[in-house]
Write a protein that binds this ligand. Structure first.
Ligand SMILES: *Cc1c(COP(=O)(O)O)cnc(C)c1O
Length: 344
């Protein structure tokens, strides 16, 4: 099977599995797991932040990230298709007691002016804004990347109003690769950032939350409350360290494969590519083939290719990653061509 449903499907490399088997571990709830401590130090250094925290999932990282900045009854400004709003089971409302104030941006990339229109001061009617959230890369907009200037302006203006900025950087290493800058440059202006070890970086489990020590210390207690105190999880951290060392540097290859797929799919009759990919995510429309999205997806599966269709009428989303090389991408193109031709 060629699995293009997500970059979460990547399996740990042989080197990761060896490091996991040999990892030195301790009880992390006591702060005594050397491998986790090392991963947290490395992650903080790479992000250029004071401290970092290993969490089991990106959802928990975002939940804690939002909670450390906000109080119940505040609003969080985010893009309308943000992961925190649409794909985290309303955890923001459930746990942090905040309401999302969604801003529509076609490319998923917010501007300061669009945010500023939605900033609310405390008054007799409105709940005050507590936080600005940016998603980089933006998943549902197709892996789009914040230009450095745009992000800098958002953060500078937000900070002038006393508002913190949290980045859902699940794929922030893809953003850094696309921009050709160190990841610390990308996240420099934001207060906190969450990123996933378990996507393009290939680790089996884990995400990191990085930011000022004062907030990460607070986050450590929230992690325990949420059931994320993981004891000898150095076994997982060992894979995460290799993800940071060996996998972050090769994400450009995934981006090239995604561009290749975009070019090839765009040439297939009935298939429409939505936007030239900046990173590793591609949305395409199959309405012109006479097949529905789910039918297209089901027929691809019969040909050994997995691509999800649950993104609107006739829309499919694919992601490139370490486990799908160029030859596999070429086979996926042939499968799409075959299915498209079977439509009418
Ligand atoms: C994957 C992802 C997350 C985290 O997802 P988990 O499955 O909870 O690890 C958060 N934000 C975005 C944009 C994502 O793509």
């Amino acid at each position: 099977m060629i699995d293009l449903r997500s970059d979460t499907v990547t399996r740990p490399t042989a080197e990761m599995r060896r490091a996991m088997a040999e990892a030195v571990v301790g009880d992390d709830v006591y702060g005594e797991d050397p491998t986790i401590n090392l991963l947290e130090e490395r992650a903080a250094a790479l992000m250029g932040k004071e401290a970092a925290l290993l969490v089991p999932t990106g959802t928990m990282g975002n939940t804690i990230g939002i909670k450390v900045h906000t109080e119940h009854g505040q609003e969080v400004i985010c893009e309308s298709r943000a992961h925190i709003l649409n794909y985290e089971l309303s955890m923001m409302a459930w746990f942090t007691g905040c309401l999302a104030r969604a801003v529509v941006a076609e490319t998923g990339i917010l501007s300061w002016s669009s945010i500023y229109e939605q900033v609310r001061p405390l008054g007799p009617h409105a709940a005050p804004t507590g936080l600005i959230e940016v998603e980089n890369t933006h998943n549902m907009a197709g892996g789009t990347v914040y230009p450095l200037d745009t992000l800098r302006e958002i953060c500078e203006e937000a900070h002038k109003l006393g508002l913190p900025v949290h980045m859902d950087g699940a794929r922030v290493f893809n953003a850094a690769a696309a921009l050709g800058v160190p990841v610390s440059t990308v996240v420099a202006p934001v207060d906190t950032v969450m990123f996933c070890l378990s996507k393009g970086l290939g680790a089996p489990v884990g995400s990191m939350l990085a930011g000022p020590k004062r907030l990460i210390d607070k986050g450590r207690l929230l992690r325990k409350r949420l059931g994320g105190g993981m004891r000898q999880a150095g076994i997982l951290a060992a894979a995460g360290l290799i993800g940071l060392e060996k996998m972050a540097g090769r994400l450009g290859e995934d981006h090239e494969n995604c561009q290749y797929l975009a070019r090839e799919l765009a040439a297939i009759p009935g298939v429409k590519v939505e936007r030239a990919p900046e990173t590793n995510i591609l949305f395409f429309d199959v309405n012109g083939t006479g097949l529905s999205g789910p039918e297209f997806s089901a027929r691809l599966k019969e040909r050994g290719v997995l691509i999800n269709s649950a993104y609107g009428v006739g829309r499919l989303r694919l992601l490139t990653h370490f486990d799908v090389d160029r030859a596999a991408c070429a086979r996926a193109v042939e499968a799409v061509r075959g299915v498209a031709a079977s439509g009418n």
